[in-house]
Write a new protein. Structure first.
Length: 452
């Protein structure tokens, strides 16, 4: 085992050392070689070292270099050194983080990270916190708490009696609602087509003046960080109206909530801490390994009641916080260890610097592209940039050629009827040199396409 782990470390180190010099995406040849991983399952055991070698030799060249500094697709962070190392150690420990008795270290680390997260993001200190796979399950968990709380107010126990013949719940979202919220509503039996969509402004922010009448049967879903523009819904005004009406406010803050780490960007989150639940992604802007997300609910009992499945005779409960009561999963890996390592290694100032650096780099992208005549379609308020290279056909052609070039990787989107390339700067490893090199490649390719 020790020799195998040493070989694993050596191979991982070689991969990491080469990540900045390779193309961001694999070529057709590297992808085709993945067939070597298949075939008939061997009849007899294989040497673990040979298995590792095959996986590395064939698999590593076919990876997308998201841990390098020039991947700007979707909102995908890299992996900071400390949480990567903690991930390896936690994998060796192989802890089941469901209960304190199963892993005292996993349970304690979750308590610590809960306190740190609430403090860093200026969320209510007594909130309940659950550690989940990502934003989709964080949205699911927060909205499950909302469903439970609202129905309990009218005397309906959804955990016992389900949704059959339950009193209706109204769900209000913005026109720019993220698909993960709609997916969560679907899984909760609240549906997608039944939601009330509120018009948004030119940056994708929900218009508070267009809100319907709210009441105690309503859940309002806000965005803290639009996935295209980075814009924030006006939380203070909407939360105040919801509070007066007895409505529940849930915040999809996948990456945007991390803006609270910086005094420059915290004003964008004005009033967000008045909501009732929040969904946070950690493998995005906190730059920990996949998969990692956090759900926060103001009243811990709402989260625990919505997600706890009761007890069984063989499950030994302690008097303290039992992690499995705050997540949809029971058995799960101890992902809180990586969060602890990221926060402990960077500290408050390091976390702030990471967020501010990426936001500054997003503005640098916008400046470089705008300076040569390409249209930046959004106000660059955070780490997202939308750029058009002309017509829809021209823009799509440029995106395809940028992706094929391999210097960097960006994806496409459609924003308010305009086809655009979306640049998301979310990786701790991105340097200003990476931005300049990538912007130069974008400009070179776009000018060539325009000339052609």
């Amino acid at each position: 085992m020790q020799k195998l782990l040493a070989e694993t470390a050596a191979r991982a180190a070689r991969y990491s050392a080469a990540i900045h010099d390779r193309k961001v995406v694999p070529g057709a040849d590297e992808t085709a070689r993945l067939e070597a991983l298949g075939g008939a399952l061997p009849e007899s055991p294989c040497d673990p070292a040979e298995v590792l070698a095959l996986l590395d030799d064939v698999g590593s060249p076919a990876t997308v270099a998201t841990t390098g500094g020039r991947y700007f697709g979707f909102v995908i962070g890299g992996t900071l050194p400390a949480p990567l190392a903690a991930n390896w150690l936690a994998g060796t420990w192989d802890q089941n983080a469901a209960m304190q008795i199963m892993s005292p270290v996993a349970a304690k680390v979750e308590e610590i990270v809960s306190q740190w997260t609430l403090d860093l993001l200026s969320l209510p200190a007594a909130s309940g916190v659950g550690f989940v796979t990502g934003t989709t399950m964080a949205n699911f968990s927060g909205l499950a708490a909302a469903r439970s709380a609202l129905l309990q107010r009218v005397g309906w126990n959804v955990e016992e009696d389900g949704m059959f013949e339950a009193p209706p719940i109204r769900v209000v979202v913005g026109d720019e609602v993220h698909v993960s919220v709609l997916r969560a509503l679907t899984m909760l039996g609240l549906g997608r087509s039944r939601v009330i969509k509120v018009p948004v402004d030119g940056q994708g922010r929900m218009r508070a003046d267009a809100l319907p009448v709210l009441d105690e049967h309503t859940v309002v879903c806000l965005q803290a960080g639009n996935v295209n523009t980075g814009a924030f819904d006006p939380a203070r005004e909407i939360c105040a109206r919801a509070r007066e009406a007895g409505a529940w406010v849930h915040v999809d803050g996948a990456f945007g909530l991390w803006g609270a780490l910086s005094p420059h960007y915290a004003p964008l989150l004005d009033g967000v801490n008045a909501a009732d639940s929040w969904a946070i992604d950690c493998h995005k802007w906190l730059n920990v390994p996949y998969d990692s997300g956090i759900v926060v609910v103001r009243d811990p009992e709402h989260l625990r009641r919505a997600l706890s499945a009761g007890n069984a005779a063989y499950l030994t409960q302690s008097a303290g916080r039992e992690p499995w009561q705050y997540t949809p999963d029971a058995s799960r890996r101890a992902r809180g260890i990586e969060l602890w390592a990221a926060m402990r290694s960077l500290g408050r100032s390091g976390l702030q610097d990471m967020i501010e650096r990426n936001c500054r780099q997003a503005k640098l992208f916008a400046d470089r592209l705008r300076a040569v005549g390409f249209a930046v379609l959004n106000d660059v308020v955070l780490n997202q940039v939308l750029v058009s290279f002309g017509t829809a056909e021209q823009t799509l052609r440029v995106i395809a050629e940028i992706q094929a070039d391999g210097t960097c990787w960006c994806g496409g989107t459609v924003w308010r009827g305009h086809t655009a390339m979306r640049i998301s700067v979310s990786c701790w490893a991105t340097t200003d040199e990476d931005v300049e090199r990538s912007a130069a490649a974008m400009i070179r390719i776009a000018k060539s396409a325009r000339a052609g």
